[in-house]
Design a protein around this ligand. Structure first.
Ligand SMILES: *Cc1c(COP(=O)(O)O)cnc(C)c1O
Length: 411
């Protein structure tokens, strides 16, 4: 039986390779950090979600290590049987306080949180209106429920209005607008005040997945609802502990008390999957405290992103505008995908780790190298990254002004 399937699978694998979509994994031989090493040498890391540099922070590591003595290694249970320690509840309370919500429920990942939230709250007769650039986990979670699905063009408020009208015309009972707080390929924000205005006009709920914002965006790091001053107008906030907040694993839904209570009763990834490991809970609590208690990391991150953006613009690269530490360096046109991937390869050979993205991950003609800044980067690291960009461009395109037109940078 397997013989036939084997050939089909091999053919699919070949198709993936031929389409240039093969994903290789580089094996780090160090902790996740601004400075990493792989078997091919040392590298400066500009492609992790380690925004605050907490992934190997000594206090986070110490908290996780010390917790092993007190709380053991694993929970060996789902939460509602015997998988909840006092520290799980404490982390949930601390997240609620940080985010300004009534309650919070932890999941093993934000992917699981998004997989478990929609089916519980929305069913037949309801409508979910989702931004076209939303994260894969939102798309999958929405597919798991029986509500009608509507999709609007990225951050396009006229289209969102049209979809709200369509949902109302279809007689939808509960309606929710769902968006990422930050779109990860662009580093752009969802226009939350306008989304909240429209949702209120149409009697819809608002859900924001703030995975690329929690801990470092907004005056106290509480994310995009705080940045835009709409914390009390957003009904459901999801996020991850796997990025800025220590980067280990875990996700959450923070919301009204009844929403969280119902999720604890009915949400399948919560009910039927193991509790977050004790050391991860302990380390995440410390990461959250560090993010909350000190604005230093946030300020360093903001300064780093701003320095990188200005040095790169000065060097003639086209960046998508913004202020988020996700900085897309654009290579437009037919040749953009090749340029972006060759420049990223050249940079890696020089010890600067960045990743190129092209169609179908981003639109055709909008290839890019996505750079992610961290508070752990020094000014020297950032200058080294810019130098590597310039050298990579020179080596791939040559030294003349062809660069500007081919890369799309304005002449
Ligand atoms: C990274 C990310 C997730 C997944 O988070 P995990 O905790 O790693 O599963 C979900 N949603 C968004 C918007 C993300 O950026």
């Amino acid at each position: 039986m397997y013989a036939e399937i084997k050939d089909e699978l091999a053919a699919t694998l070949t198709e993936i390779r031929d389409a240039g979509l093969w994903k290789d994994e580089r094996r780090l031989t160090t902790a996740q950090s601004a400075h990493i090493a792989t078997s091919s040498g040392d590298a400066l890391n500009f492609c992790a979600n380690n925004y605050l540099g907490l992934a190997d922070h000594p206090e986070v590591v110490a908290a996780a290590r010390d917790s092993l003595q007190e709380w053991g290694f694993g929970m060996a249970s789902v939460r509602f049987i015997c998988g909840t320690q006092a520290q799980h509840a404490a982390l949930e309370a601390e997240l609620s306080r940080f985010l300004g919500t009534e309650d919070t429920i932890l999941y093993s990942s934000c992917f699981d949180a998004n997989g478990g939230v929609f089916e519980v709250l929305f069913g037949e007769g309801d409508a979910i209106i989702s931004d076209e650039l939303n994260h894969a986990s939102l798309i999958d979670g929405i597919r798991l429920c029986k509500a009608a699905r509507f999709r609007y063009r990225n951050a396009d408020m006229a289209d969102l209005r049209a979809q709200l009208v369509a949902a109302a015309a279809a007689g939808a009972r509960r309606v929710v607008v769902v968006t990422d707080g930050v779109f990860s390929m662009d580093g752009s924000y969802a226009p939350l005040p306008q989304i909240c205005d429209l949702a209120e006009e149409f009697g819809a709920l608002v859900m924001v997945d703030d995975s690329h914002a929690v801990g470092f965006i907004g005056p106290t790091g509480a994310g995009t609802p705080e940045l835009f001053g709409v914390r009390d107008r957003v009904d459901i906030v999801g996020g991850t502990l796997g990025k800025a907040l220590g980067g280990a694993s875990g996700g959450y839904i923070a919301s009204h008390r009844e929403v969280v209570s119902l999720l604890r009763q009915r949400s399948r990834p919560y009910l039927f999957s193991n509790a977050v490991a004790p050391s991860v809970v302990a380390g995440s609590r410390t990461a959250l405290r560090l993010a909350h208690d000190s604005s230093e990391g946030r300020e360093r991150l903001r300064a780093n992103a701003s320095l990188f953006r200005s040095l790169m613009s000065d060097a003639g690269f086209e960046l998508l505008p913004g202020e988020h530490p996700i900085v897309p360096v654009m290579f437009r046109g037919d040749d953009g995908a090749r340029l972006a991937s060759q420049i990223a390869d050249a940079m890696l050979a020089e010890g600067v780790y960045v990743i190129a993205f092209s169609y179908p991950v981003v639109p055709k003609g909008a290839a890019r190298i996505r750079v992610q800044l961290s508070a752990a980067h020094s000014e020297a690291d950032i200058r080294a990254c810019v130098t590597a960009f310039v050298a990579g461009r020179d080596s791939v395109v040559g030294h003349d002004s062809v660069v500007s037109s081919e890369s799309g940078a304005s002449a």
